[in-house]
Design a protein around this ligand. Structure first.
Ligand code: FNR
Length: 340
């Protein structure tokens, strides 16, 4: 049956009200450095939910203070943070929208002076030292505790941040992860143990998905990771860039959307769990076309939703949604009024 943007479907027991997802997007300038939620976050997510999205995935929210990408990033590393996060889930649910939270550790890309990395690795001026097995276990526990807190805060699920150069992605990418132990022999092991740990501690209907790199570094790697994660019970695969943006698979000539949209479609052919595609979707025609060409289950609309929080409602009502996707004013929530 032909997939429509307006279709409803469910992931475990979470009802998704249409096929447009607001993907995770950090807002740096609202937190005071404690990782705690501000009123502005609550209003931001309430607005996005009011705008009709089928699902919201909250911005990368850090599982340890040292794993932050920036000091102003939201956190989920201590119980005191739960009450603020609960305000977000209540505001979003009151608008009839489900919400997952993306749980994140930046690894070598993070603010910590002695950044963690699966192997000794140089990234720009950052040098990562190989993590000990004890450090690996401690970070895995931090992810598992973060998922428990997410459940307590009322989220419908979590998305593991497994792409964009951050810690999980560093484990999954064999150019970065050159370890000689089980975490190097099986690059998925770090993530799988976290998945297993979360499953043991949250109720059955709590959703656990991942944002996964399509090119890690090749699409073949991305497909293999997707299949292994599916075999181990992942609930959805939100496909984006991996450690490198220099992907090693070309989309076929004439494919009208970005490479990672194409890659999401290739992954969808190999798995039966829901797959999400992202990048550069501006108009309802783009969303419809990408759904049809790739047969994925969700289309992420990121910058489009920041520029116009009502993107989905407008698209479903046949109103204009085309927006500039390159406006740093909107992207970083500086002052959208200045966009005029
Ligand atoms: C992002 N993106 C992003 N991705 C992610 O996995 N976690 C995050 O916290 C963020 N943060 C973030 C902030 C801002 C301001 C932007 C613009 C982007 C990437 C985002 O989810 C999405 O993949 C890209 O924006 C591409 O989709 P669009 O914008 O072309 O629809």
């Amino acid at each position: 049956m032909k997939k429509q943007v307006s279709d409803t479907f469910s992931i475990r027991n979470t009802m998704i009200r249409n096929r447009i997802c607001v993907p995770p997007m950090v807002v740096y300038n609202w937190s005071d450095g404690s990782g705690y939620v501000d009123d502005k976050h609550v209003e931001h997510y309430r607005q996005l939910a009011h705008g009709g999205a089928g699902l919201i995935i909250q911005e990368a929210t850090c599982v340890t203070a040292e794993g932050q990408l920036a000091q102003t990033q939201l956190g989920i590393w201590e119980d005191g943070q739960i009450a603020g996060l609960r305000r977000i889930t209540q505001a979003v649910h009151a608008e009839g929208c489900p919400i997952f939270v993306q749980i994140h550790h930046a690894g070598i890309v993070g603010i910590a002076e002695h950044a963690l990395c699966p192997s000794a690795y140089q990234l720009g001026d950052k040098t990562g030292a190989e993590m000990s097995v004890e450090q690996i276990h401690a970070i895995q526990q931090a992810f598992i505790r973060a998922a428990q807190r997410a459940y307590q805060a009322g989220y419908d699920g979590v998305e593991l941040h497994g792409c964009h150069r951050y810690l999980m992605c560093q484990f999954l990418n064999r150019r970065v992860n050159t370890r000689a132990d089980v975490y190097g022999e099986h690059p998925e092991q770090f993530v799988l143990e976290i998945l297993e740990g979360i499953r043991k501690t949250v109720p059955e209907d709590f959703v656990v998905g991942i944002r996964l790199g399509a090119f890690e570094p090749t699409l073949e790697d991305g497909i293999r990771h997707a299949k292994i994660l599916e075999q181990h019970g992942i609930d959805f695969l939100d496909i984006s860039y991996g450690f490198t943006e220099e992907q090693e698979t070309e989309k076929p000539a004439g494919f009208p959307y970005k490479d990672i949209v194409y890659a999401a479609g290739e992954i969808k052919k190999q798995v039966s769990v829901p797959v999400f595609a992202v990048n550069g979707i501006r108009t309802p025609e783009d969303a419809r076309g990408a759904l049809e060409l790739t047969q994925v289950d969700m289309i992420d609309v990121g910058r489009g939703s920041l520029a116009n929080p009502n993107w989905t409602a407008d698209a479903l009502a046949g109103r204009e949604t085309d927006t500039c996707l390159d406006c740093s004013v909107c992207q970083w929530r500086i002052d959208p009024a200045r966009c005029a």
